[in-house]
Each structure stands twice: as structure tokens, then as C-alpha cells.
Ligand binder design. Sequence first.
Ligand SMILES: [Zn+2]
Length: 407
Amino acid sequence: MIKVNYKYQKDYIYKYVSCAIKFYHERFSINGKNVASIELRKNLPLSYFLDFILTKPEEFNYKVKLLVENKSEIIEFYNPILIYGWLYEMICSNEMKINSKSRKSIFNNFFDDVLFQLKQMKNKDERNLILLDYFINLMGCCKGEKESKKKATLKKISVIINRHRPDRDFYTLFPSWILELSEIFDYNNFMNVDIGYDINDKLNISVCPFCNLKNIEPDKKNHGTYRPDLDHFYPKSKYPFFALSLYNLIPSCDECNRANKREEDTYLKNCRHPFLSGLNNKKIYEINNIDDLIIFSNYNDIDGLNIDLSVKINKYKGYENDIFNIEKRVLDKKDKKYHEKAKNIIKMFMRSDKGKCYKIGNEELTEEEYISESCIDLNFDISSLKQVNKKLKVDLVNAIFKRNDVA
Ligand SMILES: [Zn+2]
């Protein structure tokens, strides 16, 4: 992931906020199509709404914590694992044990233990936890029942927590204004091509900041016909209140946004936000057979050598998970595209007198190959947000020519 300079100008922020305010009022308008309730307006006055819209990158985590503490019913509805993660873990890690028929007493003890801990949670806390009551009630009701019923209850609870298949009673447990939240923060109705185009334009990004593998430049000749995806860094299904937050919208390629990251819980996984930091100066790509490569490159001939490439994003695990599947995309076993690309980068760099001279020789390349593989566009002064594969090129060139550039 490449760090993005997110400093929007004041006039743009003003424009964005004006659109959001207009949208908010429309959602409550008496003649509007999706009329939100008075109850929602009470729980979400305009000032709260704007507070979400303008949440700064460094404030997202803090605001989620605040909601867990003060408006836990919202978190319980949209992302209960943030409150009941411990319980989910507990049930999953005991699944093997409680599935064993010969260990009924273990199972019963476990059931009692869960019930006890849920009740403790209730005593310890004064928060208005809706699901907690529901879980205690569910478990209390089947206290004297057979193990199979208890087992089914535990399963039901863990499914609700993980939100794979919410219980059919689930929706009736919560006040309707909580369900309506996603109508107020209704991204699909709010976002139009102009806003999307503007965001990308203000951030001045032409290459996906998550993968640095794909161009996402909007089609400027036909303004409006194409704009890149805007990834919700904190997914809107789990954090609907950030669905319209300006700093939660990151221009990205469709492969990163739709095919790989999807609903990944970036809060839970403690992923780095691209407006705060990136892996610009960390080595992501490594050449495993670097010693062989240096020997071959001294003779200006690496044709006979296979480049053994690896991707080290998971090295930074805990802070940087490979949620965009870069490793899989680059090191696809069947498709050796990136191994070849790596070799071409090194060859071209060698041919261009180790980067000093940007001639490409007599090599016959198509225009596309020329742009993506040549070192001519490996300009160390141009950001990775403007150059496809710059991170790969920089890491390779640094590895073999001992440069110390950052992406
Ligand atoms: Zn991407």
C-alpha cells in the first residue's frame, strides 16, 4: 500500500459537505421517496451526521470505540463481533470438544460457563446491550434441555455474532432507526459520477494505491464516462456510519476493491489507512536468488536465469495484512507474468546504463509493454501513485543496484 497525501483544499471540503447536508435533508423530507423517521432524526441530528462525514483518518478507530461504549446497539446490529468477539472465539475454539459425544459433562460445563460469562458482562456494564439480553434469554430457556438443543443455541449465537446469516428474530430486536441508518448513509444514492471524479481529481491519483499494479486514471477526455472505484476503507456493511465519510473513500482498482478486499474488517484487523502510512520505504518485493542475479548481471546477461520473486507484505503482519491478495496476484503459479516483468525491468535498467540513460535500444515492444516494462517510466521522482509497478521496479533496482530510493 502506498501512502496517499489526503490534504483536501477547504473549498472542496465545503463543496462535499454541502452535498452531504442537502442529501441529509432530502432523506427526511416529507415528500421524499425514502422518508427516514423522526426517531432517526432524534438519534442522528445533523451535527452527528456531519461529525461522521468529516471523520479524519486518525479518528476512525477512536470513533468506533466511542460507539462501542456509548451507542453499543448500533455496533451490535452492524458488527456484533466487536462486542462479542471473545464469545465467538470461545465457541469456535470449543467446537471440537463439544462435538464429542463421550464428553457430555465438558459440554455442559462449557454451556454453563458461557452463560455465566454473559451474565457477568451484564453486571459489569451499564451499556444498553440488546443482544446480550437476547443471548442470556436464549441460553436460559434451554438450561434444562438436551445437549443437542444447547449446542444449537450456541451455534445460533455464533452465527449472529459473525453476521453470516442473521437470525430471523434479529431485526425485530432493534429499534427501527438503527436499521434506517444505512438509508441516511446511503452511498449508492449519494455518490454520483461528479463527486467520484472530483475525489480522485483532488487526491491526484492515477494508479491504485493499494496494489500499485493497475492504472485507475479517470477518462478526462470524456469527463463522467469513467471514474475509478472508491473503496470504503472501513466497509459500509459493517460501518454504515462511515459510508459517506470523505476520508473513508479511497480511489482504487476494481480488483483490489471488489475482487479481493471486499468486506474485510480493516478496523478489527488493525490495517493501516493509506492516508496515514504506507509501505513506501519498506521492501515488499524480494529476489530470492539475488546472488546469482548479481553475478549474471555483471556479465550483462540474465536471459538464462529465472527470477525467483517473493512478496513480503505478510512480514508486516499485525499492521499490514495482505488483504488485497497482492502476493497471490503477483506470484500466481500458473501465470509467470510478474517473473518475466521483473526480469524485463532489470534488463532494461541494465541496458539504460543502470538508469542513467533512458534509451531502450532496438528491442521491439508494443506501446503497452514499453510503458509498463521499460525503465523509461521508472522516474524516481514520480510517485508510485502515478506509476504502475513503480514499487516493484524500485524494490528490484534497490536490491540489485543498492540504491536507496523510496516509492
Ligand atoms: Zn489495486
